[in-house]
Design a binder for this molecule. Sequence first.
Ligand code: ADP
Ligand code: MG
Length: 312
Amino acid sequence: MPPLVFTSPSLSTKLPLLHHSTIPSATHSHRPHLSGDPPRTVVITSGKGGVGKTTATANLSASLARLGFRVTSIDADAGLRNLDLLLGLENRVHFTASDVFSGECRLDQALIRDRRFNNLHLLCLSKPRSKLPLSFGSKTITYLVDALKTLEPDNPVQFILIDCPAGVDAGFVTAIAPADEAILVTTPDITALRDADRVAGLLECDGIKDIKIVVNRVRADLVRGEDMMSPLDVQEMLGLPLLGVIPEDAEVIRSTNRGSPLVLNDPPAPAGIAFEQAAWRLVEGDTMTAVALEEADRQPKRGFGWFSFFGR
Ligand code: ADP
Ligand code: MG
C-alpha cells in the first residue's frame, strides 16, 4: 500500500470565516452540545436500497456543517455513487480515494469542499460506475478514515459520515468497518424492516453497539388509517432507539434535483425540519420517544403539529 501524503496548503491553513454563518438555521438559534469523543464515525445503512440513506447522509451532513461542526462525508456506495449529486458537487469530483491509493493524488486533493460550507467535505471512494479495486476492503477504508482523523491536527474533523451501499455484501462490510456508530434508515414497510433487522444483527456482530433508527417516508394519513406502520410500531419491532421520523415530502425530490440538501430550504420543509432535529439529536447523543396514536391524538398541537403526532 503506498504511503499517504497529507500535507495540504489549503487544508492546513486555518479555516476562514465560514460563509454558512449567513444561512440561518431552520429551527435553532444556538448550537447543540457535542456528546461523545470526536471524531465520531457514523455509518448510514439500511440493508434495503432506496429507503433514503443517501438523502439522510446529505441532509445530516449539511445540518451538522451548518451547526458549525467539521464534517467529512464518505460516499462508500461505489457502484451507485450519488451523494455528490445530492450535495451538488458532481462537477468537482476530480479525484477519489481510489486515486489516493493508486498514488495519483494526495488525500487532501480527493476531499471536495462544499460550495456553501467550508467545514463540509465529500470523499468518494471511486469514480461513478467504476468498481472499487478488489483490494479496497475493510482494512483500506479503516486506514483511510484514520488518515482523515489526523489530517488536520489543529482543526480536526468532528464527524465522519459514511453513506453505505445497499445489501449486506462486500461493499456493506467495507463501509461499516471504520464506524463506531450506525444510523439505520428504514421505511415503515415489512421488507425494509426485515432487512434493517438483519443489518442491526450484523452491525452488532461487528462490534457497533450504538445503533439508532431513522424512519423515513412516513405518511401521517396512512398511519392514522392503519395502512402504514407507525414509528412506534417500527421502533418496537426493531427494539432500537429512535433518532428521527421523516415524513414523505415531495420537496425531497425537488431538492435532490437541485443538488441542495433539503435542510437548507427557506422556508423550511417538513422533512428538512425533521432531518435537522435528527442531526441535533445525533450531536447530543439524544433520542426521541415515539408515541402511541391515541396519545398523539390527545396531545394539544404545539409548534409543528406533525412532529408531536409521532413523538417528542
Ligand atoms: P438510498 O440511498 O437508500 O438508496 P435515496 O436516499 O437515494 O435512497 O432515496 C431513494 C429515493 O427516495 C430518492 O428518489 C429520494 O428522493 C426519495 N426519498 C427519500 N426520502 C424521501 C422522503 N422523505 N420523501 C420523499 N421522497 C424521499
Ligand atoms: Mg444511496
